[in-house]
Ligand binder design. Structure first.
Ligand code: HEM
Length: 188
């Protein structure tokens, strides 16, 4: 099934991005620092969401409009007393069909899984405000993930369709990494 192959095929990409994000998280000392990190998420997620929007219809994924999106990041930035001014540059992956859209959305929806860990890391430095985005779907997380992955499996059946979704997911991880590389000084 695609959900298994896509996870395996993007394991290294996930690890590389996770490393970048953990480094940034460890450098956070204040709500302002955290808001700066959220700007990277906002800049990228809003671009990817716009790229997939034409393909992710309510017939395909009926609860899509209720799902977490970049508007949560905006609300979190504002809850921290900051604004969307000075967003970093970000480039969405290429999305020109449904399978590519689902591959990109796999990365956005899957990122919820690490959210709980991020919320815990922030709490350790006393940050408990502006965490709606990383709190994901709470107890509904499993059900929402299952609903999404069953659509992903159903819509990418042939080898070619599956490969398109996988390539797109890899590119979605990579372009997010580029947002950090392009806009931040290297932290090693
Ligand atoms: C501090 C950073 C992060 C941590 C600690 C983290 C951790 C995790 C964990 C524990 C899982 C569940 C793995 C499993 O159940 O097998 C997961 C899954 C996933 N994460 Fe992350 N993650 C982080 C950042 C991200 C980011 C920034 C993205 C993408 C924008 C992302 C995308 C995904 C995806 C797509 C999955 C689903 C894999 C699958 O089951 O197919 N993660 N992550």
């Amino acid at each position: 099934m695609l959900t298994e192959t896509i996870k395996e095929a993007t394991k290294a990409d996930h690890l590389a991005l996770e490393k970048q994000v953990v480094k940034r998280l460890k450098a956070i000392e204040s709500g302002k620092d955290y808001a700066e990190l959220l700007k990277y998420f906002y800049a990228y997620f809003s671009k990817v969401e716009a790229a997939v929007a034409p393909f992710i219809t309510s017939e395909l994924l009926p609860d899509y409009s209720e799902r977490r999106n970049a508007s949560y990041i905006k609300a979190d930035i504002e809850a921290l007393g900051e604004t969307l001014e000075g967003l970093p540059q970000a480039q969405a992956p290429e999305v020109s069909n449904l399978q590519q859209a689902l591959g990109a959305l796999y990365v956005l929806e899957g990122s919820i899984m690490g959210g709980r860990i991020i919320v815990e890391m922030l709490a350790k430095v006393g940050i408990t405000q502006g965490v709606s985005f990383f709190s994901g779907y709470g107890p509904e997380t499993g059900v929402k993930w299952q609903r999404f992955t069953s659509v992903l499996n159903a819509q990418a059946q042939t080898d070619q369709e599956q490969q398109q979704a996988i390539d797109s997911a890899q590119q979605t991880f990579a372009r997010f990494g580029e947002v950090f590389q392009r806009n931040y000084e290297v932290i090693s």
